[in-house]
Ligand binder design. Structure first.
Ligand SMILES: NC(=O)c1ccc[n+]([C@@H]2O[C@H](COP(=O)([O-])OP(=O)(O)OC[C@H]3O[C@@H](n4cnc5c(N)ncnc54)[C@H](OP(=O)(O)O)[C@@H]3O)[C@@H](O)[C@H]2O)c1
Length: 291
């Protein structure tokens, strides 16, 4: 589920290369789905809001990976996708005899978490833990590539890189490649069964991230979004851009420092899973632009 999203687009080729047969289910809204299967991948148009679609998605599968999200996509929201969609999918998987479910979650997920997304993720985690199937919950940090895209959106047109809040709060990011690599490992390594696992790449403040981007770009300035503007947007933007409102709400949470965690203990347990850090992410983005 979510095989056409950011993480999904990194994961699917890894799964295929490792010899897995893959079925991807998505609505085809954020990214259109190919009409035909190819390269070891079957594409299914389906909505996590539909029990029938969820049943069809998992039929005949041994493993299900939930990498869908309603946080950043058009016409969806975390309650419908990250909570209710995940619960529907897990129930369908259990009924279909799926053996193992990997649930993508986020550092900070908790039933009483300060933002809705974290509460939705906690509900999905609880469903998978009590499903009767083998399970793995992978809590990642904010995806590094998505954050880079957000802060550099006005760089070419306005010469600005965005810094949310004070810019001094540390945030632990996970790169798409790193998140995909740990999902792949979870499918085969019993050490990753029946546990909640945090997987991070790098901890940076907003100021640090902006400085790295600006020095690579060789031009531009920082544009600050002050905490008061974040608070305003987290409420006022809801009617016209629920996504912007969610981003502003997440930025307020990040300002508390709670979005930082220590990736080292998990990394020490699985030292052979490669790290794709900020420099590599920027280099591959630049290489992509030049092609
Ligand atoms: N991005 C982050 O910073 C972050 C942080 C922590 C955890 N995570 C988790 O990591 C996973 C991957 O995140 P991502 O950022 O790669 O996701 P993403 O790029 O936002 O992609 C979302 C995916 O979910 C699908 N989707 C959305 N609504 C759906 C629905 N109603 N029915 C079926 N599919 C639906 C989308 O396809 P269609 O729209 O075409 O249906 C797309 O494939 C998610 O579980 C997310 O919650 C992400």
């Amino acid at each position: 589920m979510g095989g056409t999203g950011r993480l999904g687009r990194a994961l699917v080729p890894m799964l295929v290369a490792a010899g897995h047969r893959v079925r991807v289910m998505a609505r085809g809204v954020s990214t259109s789905l190919p009409e035909t299967a190819g390269g070891g991948v079957e594409f299914l148009h389906g909505d996590l809001a539909s029990e029938t679609d969820c049943m069809e998605a998992v039929a005949g599968c041994t493993t299900a990976v939930f990498a869908a999200s309603g946080f950043g996509v058009t016409g969806s929201d975390p309650r419908a996708v990250d909570r209710d969609g995940a619960m529907r999918l897990v129930r369908a998987a259990a009924a279909a005899g799926v053996e193992h479910v990997v649930m993508m979650s986020m550092h900070g997920a908790a039933p009483d978490g300060p933002i809705e997304y974290l509460r939705c993720k906690a509900a999905a985690e609880e469903t998978v833990r009590t499903s009767g199937m083998a399970w793995t919950v992978i809590r990642i940090g904010a995806l590094l590539e998505q954050r880079l895209e957000t802060i550099t959106a006005p760089l070419e047109s306005k010469g600005k890189v965005l810094v949310f809040g004070s810019g001094s709060a540390p945030v632990t990011y996970t790169s798409e490649q790193d998140a995909a690599a740990v999902v792949l490992r979870a499918l085969s390594d019993p050490a990753l069964r029946n546990r909640v696992f945090e997987w991070g790449t790098q901890t940076l403040t907003g100021n640090e991230l902006a400085q790295v981007v600006l020095s690579r770009a060789g031009h531009g300035k920082v544009k600050r979004i002050p905490p008061a503007a974040e608070r305003f947007l987290s409420i006022a933007a809801r009617p016209f851009s629920p996504f912007l409102a969610r981003v502003a709400g997440a930025a307020i949470w990040e300002e508390t420092g709670a979005a930082a965690f220590q990736p080292a203990p998990s990394r020490a347990e699985f030292p052979d899973i490669p790290v794709t850090g900020l420099q590599q992410v920027l280099e591959s983005a630049e290489a992509g632009c030049q092609r």
